[in-house]
Design a protein. Structure first.
Lengths: 239, 239
């Protein structure tokens, strides 16, 4: 019997080395808000996004004249023009431009997986698009949550569960992984009301304090775009 | 306002360093089967259990004449008399004796947390006993799952959720931690039928192949004992 491709979920970037060598396809998720912002920026016409892990790298790019977005702990870093609010990218200011991006968790997860052949960016915003593409690719998939400072985070795990559920129900994929089962259960109990389900989550509380409820609602609304950001060389492009 | 003690869940031993310094109380869980076996052995009169991480250490103790239990990948290691099946400890063979124990995941988690002031051993078997003791202690608690080779494991997470739920519903504890929320949700959806809920879990499949369904049923049946194993020096004792 031919083995089916697998779907596995890795909850946090620091666990990634335990999984890395078994996968050619990795979907990075940071629902609140890096990967939601990336999907939105591409939807509104950004040409390239360069993810960088440190503020030092971000400043270097800024000095060279790039548009640079920098977020730490939910806020735009002082001295930078852009942060990681998806709603700030719903316009054509950056159409056909290159954006450099560094965030607390998401860009670190992206760079952690930079040697993977197919590195894709996922979120609720492009949920169906990315699932359809993964089904077409027909290879084993690791879904990598960005977590919060390397700890487990609820919204990324629920989104990972949503992707797992879509792939597994085609019967073209299989899973032998407890984190995939857990993510699926969490998604199934959350799906009727993501916003309510997440009200106790640490990240939602953090962003609520920063008056970012509109951002959260937007990030939790599935299927607002068909874009699939993929890594190409050192930057992300629209597939 | 006085802050309440916290309940947090750490899903795997390799994440423990992110939490260690904030807690004086750690409950280690390895439902299938190390911590279930430890609770059972104490219930049937074992005096001390010395948890060791490596087979080398286990052999050293064996050569000195100790009773030694050694399990790897679900089986008794060849050359050893005992493994980690709780059912093999439901007799008085080891009454008043010292047992040395090494297992694939559980004893590693126990030794990882060996510098914590109050290190307790939890399982479904002593669920209410350990919760009542934690409520009495009234200190912040970290529940540490043993995982499977450092990956997330479902049954430990559900047991962690069961403990979290009992502590949080007293209103004497609080949690700001997404893994606690997730563990609680997983427990709430599993609690009507642990055995059925876990049927897809990787570990149950692994043990089923080894004809260990009776062990699994036993380990998933709450409140079969009041013993609370605690670390004292380099060994575990009954509180």
């Amino acid at each position: 019997m031919i083995e089916k491709p697998k779907v596995e979920v890795c909850f946090t970037p620091n666990m990634f080395p335990l999984y890395a060598e078994d996968f050619e396809v990795v979907v990075v998720i940071d629902v609140l808000r890096a990967t939601s912002a990336i999907c939105t920026a591409f939807h509104y016409g950004v040409d390239k996004i360069i993810p960088v892990s440190t503020l030092d790298q971000a400043i270097e790019y800024k000095d060279k004249g790039y548009y640079v977005a920098a977020e730490r702990k939910g806020k735009i870093v002082s001295g930078f023009e852009f942060g990681n609010s998806p709603l700030s990218y719903t316009n054509d200011k950056l159409k056909d431009q290159t954006l450099v991006l560094t965030t607390t968790n998401g860009t670190k997860a992206i760079n952690m997986a930079k040697d993977i052949e197919h590195l894709l960016i996922g979120s609720f915003l492009n949920l169906d698009a990315i699932c359809n593409y993964l089904i077409e690719l027909n290879k084993s998939v690791l879904i990598l949550g960005s977590g919060w400072e390397n700890k487990f985070c609820l919204e990324d795990s629920i989104c990972a569960g949503a992707i797992s559920e879509q792939l597994l129900k085609t019967n073209k994929f299989e899973s032998n992984n407890d984190s995939t089962i857990a993510a699926k259960y969490l998604f199934l109990s959350a799906k009727s009301n993501y916003f309510g389900y997440l009200k106790a989550s640490s990240h939602r509380k953090r962003l609520k304090k920063l008056n970012l409820n509109e951002d959260i609602k937007y990030c939790l609304t599935p299927n607002q775009t068909d874009v699939i950001p993929v890594r190409e060389d050192y930057y992300l492009k629209k597939l």
